[in-house]
Design a protein around this ligand. Sequence first.
Ligand SMILES: Nc1ncnc2c1ncn2[C@@H]1O[C@H](COP(=O)(O)OP(=O)(O)OP(=O)(O)O)[C@@H](O)[C@H]1O
Length: 298
Amino acid sequence: MNSVVEVHQLTKRYGQVTAVDQISFSLEEGKIYGLLGRNGAGKTTIMQLLTTQIFPTGGDIKIFGATPYENNAVLSQICFIKESQKYPDSFRVVDVLKVMTGFFPNWDREYASALIEDFELPLKRKMKALSRGMLSAVGIIIGLASRAPLTMFDEPYLGLDATARSVFYERLLEDYTEHPRTIILSTHLIDEVSRLLEHVLVINQGTLILNEDAETLRELAFSVVGPAASVEAFSVGKEVIEQKAFGRQLSATILGSLDNAERRRAEAMDLELTAVPLQQLIVHLTNEKRERKAVEAL
Ligand SMILES: Nc1ncnc2c1ncn2[C@@H]1O[C@H](COP(=O)(O)OP(=O)(O)OP(=O)(O)O)[C@@H](O)[C@H]1O
């Protein structure tokens, strides 16, 4: 697999604030990455650094094997969709899309038209007269139709309703399957996008605390649900990270994986085994790492 992005000891400071703190990672060709983390974690800053909108205080960045600064061959391969994109006042939707044809070598005009219908966008309306959700839809259309080999979406769906968000996820998955590329999706809606993500990067207070395949993460834990006494008996000797009671039923989230014998045992005890939502797992893992870091700092 070829590396599309290689970041080494990347750091960005704003005065006293260290927004990104010595982060290193690499991203492969043809994968969908989730860039996750709480508010202010440093996600947008990382994407601004990758797209050379801002410059690092330290460390280095290689994109498609080259440094991206003033490198049009690299920058023309990147599409960055951010939440607060500004457009000239006089521009209509159709004007914005026309301009994009010149920006992105792989721009697909027919696909952009099909997406405009999917999102029911008024082509002739001025950008400044669009609703918040419509503005987000324009960004999503640009991100998808650009077919840029490195496409980044930074919280792209402010104001988008649930139907439009699911149109986005469906189109993204379909188009990515037909035209594989590297996609970075930064979001707080982890469970909504979890089935799309192949690899997860979690940022916390400027540092990278998790860099893992989504498949591996999904196998890190499971939930067991059933009569309280049976769940408790089954959980003995296992690492329970969360328990919830529903009347006489109990649900326990357990770290680790199960072999076939354990699965048969759960079945015999009338217990239901289910996967743990990615969001719950990430919240647990990030809290655990944060606590461990705090203890190490003492
Ligand atoms: N221009 C700036 N000047 C000073 N501090 C900044 C600047 N830009 C970002 N920061 C700080 O850097 C940190 C990381 O911000 P960033 O926008 O990257 O977070 P984020 O993970 O994208 O957050 P959110 O999910 O809320 O969008 C925050 O503490 C933020 O206040």
